[in-house]
Ligand binder design. Structure first.
Ligand code: HEM
Length: 101
């Protein structure tokens, strides 16, 4: 398994602008700078922070979006252990349905 780079919450917090936008979702760190313009201004308040709740609220039911999100993964929160569980669940879900929803 590929070992993801680890980032501390302090470091993640620094990437909180439209041009340098990181978020934490399920202890994974994503650089979502390329998709900021696809979104409304509301997303800006989540930058540099844990955006799991906001993400689940708007995209929680879409496996297609969750898979697209994988493209922006850059690492995980230092000393966290749940991200691999999240991905295992995602893959199980994908293989169970045999299609993207
Ligand atoms: C930090 C929280 C969020 C993250 C990480 C996120 C992530 C994403 C990703 C990865 C995509 C697919 C982009 C692509 O490949 O084109 C997407 C699409 C989209 N997002 Fe979000 N999102 C977030 C919050 C929101 C919120 C708050 C809203 C609603 C106001 C929203 C509305 C949408 C819409 C309408 C699309 C297009 C859907 C589609 O192409 O079918 N997102 N988002």
């Amino acid at each position: 398994m590929v070992k993801l780079k680890q980032y501390t919450p302090e470091e993640i917090k620094l990437h909180n602008t439209k041009l340098d936008a990181w978020v934490i979702i399920n202890n994974n760190v994503y650089n979502i700078t390329p998709i900021i313009d696809n979104h409304n201004q509301g997303i800006l308040s989540t930058l540099g922070k844990d955006a799991t709740e906001t993400f689940n609220l708007f995209h929680g039911n879409s496996l297609k979006i969750k898979i697209k999100l994988g493209k922006y993964l850059i690492g995980k929160v230092a000393n966290s252990h749940t991200s691999s569980i999240f991905f295992t669940k995602l893959i199980c879900c994908f293989t169970r349905n045999h299609k993207l929803v």
